[in-house]
Write a protein that binds this ligand. Structure first.
Ligand code: DGT
Ligand code: CA
Ligand code: CA
Length: 364
């Protein structure tokens, strides 16, 4: 098999960096982006934090109240609510630049993607490094975002490499250097190996990837089962044949709002639903899209979630179609509803450009 050239690109401290871009004064301060729960006060968790806040131990997943405690001595610390719509907008701009530079573009999430660039760099890793630098520069110039890039012959090593030096990193692992690059690393840098597995290895006195290579496949099979064993056995040797697969961001438009009161009363919810449908439809029209899937979403008073969706026969951008289907979904969802509802949402997905769609539907 010919040597591939694969990039993994990951935006640095993504949500928090987006907030800094919108408000540059934040740059010198600790910034935490928070998912406040509807319980009010400081209940909820940190989605992410900038590097200044991380120095104090404020990071993804910890309760907001813990982060506040850890940042007590910093009276300039800033705690902001998440603004997904804005992050998606930033992500789309940067992804567009990235996509234009790839033979194959695989969207992974709002802040990361894999690229196969083998053809366009003629298999040359030095040319690849220039291309990566060019991508970083263009994203910096046009979107103001910094990102970290890993370059190697496969997805596994590139993913590890993009995380190797952060933020604003560029790490290239030449094919002949893959094994030596891995050997120095801690076992948990292998994606998929979590605390538990690491602990297991630690009990066996195995700490680095180099140590792990001493295990034969039979021992691994016994400890982890065939499938995991094969993955680990290959991973520590830098082997990963998974191709970069063409995948675009699956976009959706949605609106969610907290109701004036918790309720499971049909008429009250219906009125709110109509308002949300109108807002979602406005976004659809503004973006010149058709949708093929419609969904509604409840955040219930106990903070549990419930959602329902339906797929249409044909794509449409029609408001009545949206309202009709959302209304049916609401009626269905409220059957046997015991809990009251706190937040209500409407979304459309399976979006296409209106132009392209007309060509297709004109056959029907
Ligand atoms: P880094 O390490 O510079 O790449 O930092 P991030 O913040 O970009 O971290 P990453 O790549 O793991 O996650 C990308 C985004 O995903 C991050 O900005 C916020 C979101 N996220 C990550 N972990 C959590 C979490 O535990 N809870 C929630 N709600 N969001 C998270
Ligand atoms: Ca990131
Ligand atoms: Ca990421």
């Amino acid at each position: 098999m010919e040597t591939r050239v694969v990039f993994h690109i990951d935006f640095d401290y993504f949500y928090a960096q987006c907030e800094e871009i919108r408000n540059p004064e934040l740059k010198s301060k600790p910034v935490c982006v928070c998912v406040f729960s509807d319980r009010g006060g400081d209940s909820g968790a940190i989605a992410t934090a900038n590097y200044t806040a991380r120095k104090y131990g404020a990071k993804s997943g910890i309760p907001i109240s813990f982060a506040k405690k850890r940042l007590e001595e910093r009276n300039d610390a800033v705690f902001l609510p998440v603004d997904f719509e804005y992050y998606i907008e930033m992500s789309e701009k940067a992804m567009q630049i990235i996509k234009n530079c790839a033979d194959v573009f695989e969207y992974v999430g709002k802040d990361e993607a894999y690229l196969d660039v083998t053809k366009r760099v003629g298999g040359d890793f030095n040319a690849a490094m220039h291309l990566a630098q060019q991508i970083k520069n263009e994203i910096r110039d046009k979107v103001k975002l910094s990102c970290s890039v890993g370059i190697s012959p496969n997805k596994l090593i590139s993913k590890i490499a993009s995380d190797f030096k952060k933020p604003d990193g560029l790490t290239i692992v030449y094919p002949e250097k893959v094994e030596s690059f891995l050997e120095q690393l801690k076992i948990r840098t292998i994606p998929g190996i979590g605390k538990k597995t690491e602990q297991k290895f630690s009990e066996m006195k195995l700490e680095t990837i180099q140590d792990l290579k001493k295990l034969d496949i039979f021992t691994l099979n016994k400890e982890f089962g065939r499938k995991n064993a094969a993955y680990i056995f290959n991973a520590v040797r830098g082997i990963d044949n998974d191709p970069v697969k063409k995948r675009e961001q699956s976009i959706q438009f949605s609106k969610i709002s907290t109701l004036k009161k918790d309720s499971k009363e049909h008429q009250f919810l219906y009125e709110n639903l109509i308002q949300l449908c109108k807002e979602v439809h406005e976004i659809v029209i503004k973006n010149n899209k058709t949708f093929k899937s419609i969904g509604i979403h409840f955040v219930q008073s106990d903070l549990s979630n419930k959602s329902k969706s339906r797929m249409l026969k044909n794509p449409t951008s029609n408001y009545d179609e949206l309202e009709k289907n959302a209304t049916i979904l609401l009626k269905e969802a409220l059957e046997n509803q015991t809990t009251t509802i706190r937040r209500l949402g409407v979304k459309v997905s399976e979006l296409s450009d209106i132009q392209g769609q007309r060509d297709i539907t004109s056959f029907f």
